[in-house]
Design a protein around this ligand. Structure first.
Ligand code: A3D
Length: 320
């Protein structure tokens, strides 16, 4: 069986980490593409030189031409500009929208059968624009955000309870922004829901609320520390988990920005919801029941995403 081919559009901080993880996990051969000359080639060579040390067989190459992504099974998009301190994800909109138009054209021409994972911010609007620009089936184009936001929530909860991260599940829905909706009712330690753990005296409602807020601001917390860019290790790992579920048809249930056509009463929007990822891409959108407060928070988050998408449609009417 031929190796899978993974194309990484954008060879920056996340792109390089994606290539490293794809190699370490032997997901397939990796092509790093970037508009910056030398960067994708240099990172690919550095990682290829790492492969004998770690003992993985993966052909790593760098390119400045879209032709190099031809026939890719998975395309992960990080091309664009990251957030700087004081800059909101929304400020990135107009710059990265133009990048999505170029990337979409490249994918449409050279990798029309790929499973496409977008990471570029503002995420929900960019994955919407990317799907329009590449015109691949909607179940083959998803956004990575909920995986990262949930991983942050899980880490904070594991730290709070002093238990293994492996035993903590967590769910974050909605847009990837300050309005995201961490769902404490659906977060658990070894199956024990967090509200039960509060009743059992493991923590307090106030401490959980602080964790919810820290999760919502998780991206900004790292931007403020790094000062020169945004998080890249955890975002890359989250996207690789999604690619892995697709390539191995694992059918994992993961929170992703998925295209909704009627689910949750929403249409023509990408927003974070739990989905099943398998060989067909997004194979199922899981519609969970939300209580009144969760529903109100989700709707608020959807409104924030909707306004970004409308801004995209206004800036690039040909996408709408
Ligand atoms: P960075 O290290 O700047 O890498 C971006 C790369 O994109 C650079 O190497 C650029 O040269 C390249 N690039 C710019 N324009 C183009 C183009 N037209 N075609 C191809 N490549 C291009 O950023 P990063 O890797 O840290 O972050 C990448 C993106 O991910 C940013 O938009 C971040 O805001 C976003 N991000 C999203 C999350 C989510 O959870 C959704 C988390 C962290 C970062």
């Amino acid at each position: 069986m031929a190796r899978n081919k993974i194309a990484l559009i954008g060879a920056g901080q996340i792109g390089g980490t994606l290539a490293l993880l794809a190699g370490l996990k032997e997901l397939g051969d990796v092509v790093l593409f970037d508009v910056a000359e030398g960067i994708p080639q240099g990172k690919a060579l550095d990682l290829a030189e790492l492969s004998p040390v770690e003992g993985f067989d993966s052909r790593l190459t760098g390119a400045n031409s879209y032709q190099a992504i031809e026939g890719a099974d998975v395309v992960i998009v990080t091309a664009g500009v990251p957030r700087r301190p004081g800059m909101s994800r929304d400020d990135l909109l107009s710059v990265n929208l133009k990048v999505m138009a170029q990337v979409g054209a490249g994918i449409s021409k050279y990798a029309p059968d790929a499973f496409v994972i977008c990471i570029t911010n503002p995420l929900d609007a960019m994955v919407w624009a990317l799907q329009k620009a590449c015109d691949l089936p909607k179940e083959k184009v998803v956004g990575m955000a909920g995986m990262l936001d949930s991983a942050r929530l899980r880490y904070f909860l594991a730290d709070e309870f002093n238990v293994s991260v492996e035993d903590v599940t967590g769910f974050v829905m909605g847009g990837h922004g300050d309005t995201m909706v961490p769902l404490i009712r659906y977060s658990a330690v070894a199956g024990i829901p967090v509200p039960d753990l509060i009743r059992m005296g493991w923590t307090t409602q106030e401490r959980i609320e602080a964790i919810v807020q820290r999760t919502r601001e998780g991206g900004a917390e790292i931007v403020n520390l790094l000062k020169t860019g945004s998080a890249f290790y955890a975002p890359a790992a989250a996207a690789i988990a999604m690619a892995d579920s697709y390539l191995k048809d694992k059918k994992r249930v993961l929170p992703c920005a998925a295209y909704l056509s009627g689910e949750y009463g929403l249409k023509d929007i990408y927003v974070g919801v739990p989905v099943v990822i398998g060989a067909k891409g997004v194979e199922r959108i899981v519609e969970i029941d939300l209580v009144r407060e969760e529903k109100a928070n989700f709707e608020k988050s959807v409104d924030a995403v909707r306004s970004l998408i409308q801004a995209c449609a206004a800036l690039a009417p040909d996408l709408g």
